[in-house]
Design a protein. Structure first.
Length: 366
């Protein structure tokens, strides 16, 4: 194996697959990256057996071949290389020579025989979605996933497909995010599956060109996402996702319209008095066309008043301010609404004039 490549392309490759490299595996081969040269391309592959990522970059090929390199050291070498043409040459089957300018590095390699093959999902259901749509859906959903690995279902995102409609749902049991989008190619039969949230976050990071089409393939326990030059393979989570429909109120007693930027900034300022609190709570009072946001702790107290549009009854309720700020970051709209049904019932946040996103947040009981 011998190739010449730019530092930019090598860096793109190692960065793309880095998240699939295992950091704490008992199998040393999973802490490595597979390099394979064929058809004028250099393929990078990594897997921790839960997620696999492969990408390819164009290179000048002298001879084809493959090898396994330790991810940590190869990545660090690539990052520190100068911006010039780099030559990679495999010699003696277990040594990679890295040449640049008038310098040379020798890196020990491993046999590719023990490296796991990324699974093929040829028999799965085929779907297509624009990369821009998928990236936006992920970014508006994944933040509400749980980080508690003891409850794996809540670390995932439920995907429901009917014809060309895609619905994504996430919850950590304190809040719930729901986003609807449209597929370019849908499923003939209704389909639902649960994808780990951290893998969707990584997929969103890998989407660089939003004009691309993402090709999905879903089998019984695997999903693949194919972009222009990147392939992501992951295991689906097993189990029954909670019935989210029954927790979303179908009516409300009060509904307000507010400016996203103004309310977000006000909550952020008032939350300073909740930083050392166990509940991270801010109190909200709505009366007529005025919203008062209040918080207090041993540090002191403060309140802000914001003019809003209100229809319905007065409201007094408390929320975890972090859950409010999280959704304000992804609303992507200047104005939004909150629907209330009582001080002990969830609030429902929606973008104004857009019904494809919903965010449910449970109140904090004082």
């Amino acid at each position: 194996m011998k190739i010449t490549a730019t530092k930019e392309n090598l860096l793109f490759g190692v960065s793309a697959v880095q998240k699939a490299v295992s950091n704490k595996s008992t199998l040393p081969i999973l802490t490595c990256i597979k390099l394979e040269v064929q058809n004028e391309k250099l393929y990078f592959s990594a897997t921790d057996l839960e997620i696999g990522i492969q990408c390819h970059v164009p290179v000048e090929v002298v001879t084809e071949g493959m090898t396994i390199v330790p991810a940590k050291y190869f990545s660090e070498i690539v990052r520190k290389l100068p911006d010039s043409l780099i030559t990679l040459e495999l010699v003696n089957e277990h040594e990679l020579i890295i040449e640049y300018e008038k310098s040379q590095l020798n890196l020990k390699t491993f046999s590719p025989d023990d490296f796991p093959q990324l699974p093929d999902v040829e028999a799965g259901v085929k779907l297509e979605i624009s990369a821009a749509e998928l990236k936006q859906m992920i970014n508006q959903i994944v933040f509400a996933c749980s980080m508690d690995e003891r409850r794996p279902l809540f670390t995932g995102v439920l995907c429901e497909i009917e014809n060309k409609q895609l619905k994504m749902v996430s919850t950590d049991t304190h809040r719930l995010a729901l986003k609807q989008g449209k597929l370019k190619k849908g499923a003939k039969k209704p389909l639902s599956f649960i994808i780990p949230g951290k893998i969707l976050s990584e997929l969103s990071r890998l989407i660089q060109n939003e004009e691309d089409i993402c090709y999905l393939s879903i089998s019984e326990n695997l999903a693949t996402f194919l972009l222009d030059n990147i392939l992501v393979v992951c295991r689906l989570l097993e189990g029954q996702f909670p019935n989210y429909r029954q927790v979303i109120p179908t009516q409300y007693n009060s509904k307000i319209k507010a400016n996203t930027k103004l309310l977000s900034e006000a909550v952020e300022r008032i939350s300073l008095f909740s930083l050392n609190s166990d509940t991270n709570t801010v109190q909200i009072k709505v009366e007529d066309n005025l919203m008062i946001i209040f918080s207090q702790s041993e540090l002191g107290q403060g309140y802000e008043q914001i003019f809003i549009e209100n229809e319905g009854e007065p409201v007094e309720i408390a929320f975890n301010y972090r859950y409010l700020l999280d959704v304000f970051k992804v609303l992507a709209t200047d104005f939004f609404t909150i629907e209330f049904t009582g001080s002990l019932s969830p609030g429902i946040i929606r973008p104004l004039e857009n019904d494809d996103f919903l965010y449910l947040i449970l109140p904090v009981r004082s």
